[in-house]
Design a protein. Structure first.
Ligand SMILES: Nc1ncnc2c1ncn2[C@@H]1O[C@H](COP(=O)(O)OP(=O)(O)O)[C@@H](O)[C@H]1O
Ligand SMILES: [Mg+2]
Lengths: 328, 272
């Protein structure tokens, strides 16, 4: 194999793994959009909020410590214990379910039947509100997150590829773990929506609200469920991304990476989100590798958007969406 | 004969029971439009009760009140002898009232089988965790529900399209799938909003036969809306006639047919 081909293979592998994370974030959007027609601008902030909550709980931080201290003149910051990662993840999930319930009962319930743009605006408001709450609860400084996921060079792959090609692939253990977890998550989501009562009800609501009501499905229950599932997806994405690059505001910007994925995959397709994520992940790494040096690099910042734009022009319904035919 | 609280026997020998659903002085307004004006009527167990009237008379609104989609400003709904508190549509559905819609509301992205299966959602007891952990119970339940659904699919003669996505079906078959989904819930009361609208003669005959068979075999109480006088007269035991939100007639098809007010209302729209 030529050197170029070997390098390209390594790039593709890395791209696939980045793509899995994009897909994961995009999935959160798709879930909510399908079930309620809401484009949830807050999905990225939800990932940030989840990651911050997880770190806070693990470190035994007192939530709203600043506020409490300011009001009562106290000086508490920590409970003085550490919570094991698994338990902390469960507790964070409970917080995400509570958040889902609040979103439904205090916001979305009052906006049923409104224009999509109004719902969209509501989620923008939600995003900033949630960001503020996250800062107030846990403080805004950058935090490291370590739930015990393996990190760093995978030596086995490095050795093996070196033995074969005379060039060792650099693959991060965290990327491998993230890929496996994301794959399990997607499989679990598919199984949930196909085989459980709640999953069936979720698909029914996604398809037709009136019909869903007529067979006895409570829309508000399903919406809380959907926001909870989206919260869970955000938590997983937050853990991966937070472990990789620290828990900080920029984590919420991964949502922006999900946009081109959605344009590619379509807003309503779960397989679309996955394939779209992989295409963008591989595409941007490969483009940077092949064309980047010619144009001075940093193509990863814009490649995904340009690809999405080209897609929008030629296939606006996305990869898996049905062809849109204007009714006249 | 109609007043006996324990019911009556129809000409074709079916036994009609006591009152299951009673609407008392229902008034429904949309802004300035009064869709239903102070209407009362009842539905008896096992009967086929028709609501007829010209376009815009308020028939669909009445069905929507019964199924909880609309909340009337005035009046009471009594079900099984009890006054019903204000309820959401899904709560009404869980009480055993199934319905179809005038403008078909199916799950277009699902197959016929999956659509009908959603009618069984309320028979699926096993919760999320039970389903994950206790496979046996969930599987038994799934089998039971599948059997019930297959029975209805056979009954309505739609075996050949079981796996077809609903979006690919012609209009007439969609209406039948919607009926199948409603039946899958094994309702005590079945509400049909213009089940034969937009069908050709043959499809109408099929649908009439199915409605009669459902009533006959399962003993399901049925309230249906129909535009076509002829069809209604053949199908129904008793008829409510509405016009401009008011009730202008209520009785057997023969009684209604000879009611002067009804004749006038219908002559006015006979050619629309
Ligand atoms: N959701 C609604 N909002 C406003 N007006 C409505 C609504 N539903 C029905 N109406 C009005 O109520 C009246 C009766 O309508 P409807 O019950 O659909 O009549 P029918 O089914 O007998 O043709 C009409 O004037 C209609 O415009
Ligand atoms: Mg109508």
């Amino acid at each position: 194999m030529s050197d170029q081909l070997i390098y390209a293979t390594e790039v593709i592998l890395n791209g696939l793994m980045a793509g899995v994370l994009y897909a994961l974030v995009a999935l959160g959007f798709v879930l909510i959009y399908k079930a309620s027609g809401i484009f949830n601008y807050a999905q990225g902030v939800m990932a940030l909020f989840a990651a911050m909550t997880l770190v806070g709980i693990m470190n035994g931080q007192v939530p709203f410590a600043h506020l409490i201290n300011a009001i009562f003149g106290a000086h508490i910051t920590h409970f003085g214990w550490n919570v094991p990662a698994l338990l902390a993840i469960l507790m964070t999930m409970a917080v995400m379910v509570l958040m889902a319930w609040c979103v439904q009962h205090f916001v979305m319930r009052h906006l049923v039947g409104q224009e999509p743009i109004i719902l969209f605006m509501a989620t923008i408001g939600l995003a900033y509100f949630l960001e503020g709450v996250a800062d107030l609860m846990w403080g805004s400084e950058i935090k490291t997150l370590d739930v015990g996921l393996p990190q760093g060079l995978n030596v086995w792959i490095d050795d093996t590829t070196y033995g074969i090609f005379g060039y060792g692939f650099f693959i991060d253990n965290l990327d491998i773990v993230a890929t496996v977890i994301a794959a399990i998550l997607v499989a679990a989501l598919v199984a949930f929506s196909q085989y459980t009562k709640q999953g069936r009800a979720m698909r029914a609501v996604a398809d037709d609200h009136q019909a869903a009501l007529s067979v006895g499905i409570s829309l508000s229950f399903i919406w809380v469920l959907v926001w909870s599932v989206a919260g869970f997806v955000a938590l997983v994405a937050g853990i991966m991304w937070g472990t990789k690059s620290g828990v900080q505001f920029s984590l919420s910007l991964i949502a922006l990476k999900a946009l081109p994925v959605l344009m590619l995959g379509g807003f309503t397709s779960i397989p679309g989100a996955i394939v779209g994520g992989l295409i963008i992940g591989v595409g941007e790494k490969l483009f940077e590798f092949a064309i980047g040096p010619l144009v001075g690099g940093a193509t990863e910042n814009w490649f995904a958007y340009v690809l999405a734009l080209i897609f929008l022009v030629f296939r606006p319904q996305g990869l898996f969406g049905e062809k849109i035919i204007e009714r006249v | 004969m109609l007043d006996a609280s324990e019911g009556y026997i129809t000409e074709d020998g079916r036994k009609i029971g006591g009152v299951v659903m009673e609407m008392k002085n229902i008034t429904l307004r949309f802004g300035g439009v009064v869709a239903i004006k102070d209407i009362s009527f009842d539905i008896r167990e096992g009967e086929i009760r028709a609501i007829i009237g010209p376009n815009g008379a308020g028939k669909s609104s009445m069905l929507n009140v019964i199924s909880g989609f609309y909340v009337p400003q005035e009046g009471e709904v009594w079900f099984h002898g009890q006054k019903r508190p204000p309820m959401r549509p899904y709560e009404v559905a869980r009480q055993g009232i199934a319905r179809t819609f005038q403008n078909i509301a199916l799950f277009e992205g699902m197959s016929v089988l999956d659509n009908v299966m959603t009618g069984r959602l309320n028979y699926m007891q096993a919760g999320l965790f039970a389903q994950a952990i206790w496979r046996g119970k969930a599987e038994r339940e799934e089998t039971e529900n599948r059997e019930a659904v297959e029975k209805i699919i056979d009954f309505l003669e739609i075996q050949h399209i079981r796996k077809t996505p609903v979006s690919r079906l012609p209009y007439g078959l969609k209406k039948r799938v919607e009926l199948a989904r409603a039946l899958a819930a094994e309702p005590k009361l079945l509400l049909l909003d213009e089940p034969m609208a937009g069908m050709n003669v043959e499809e109408k005959e099929d649908m009439s036969r199915f409605i009669l068979d459902v009533n006959d075999e399962f003993g399901t109480t049925i309230a249906l809306i129909e535009h076509d006088m002829g069809v209604v007269m053949d199908l129904s035991d008793r008829v409510v006639v509405m016009d401009y939100g008011k009730k202008i007639g209520d009785g057997t098809p023969d009684e209604v047919r000879n009611n002067q007010e009804v004749i006038d209302a219908y002559l006015g729209v006979a050619h629309d």
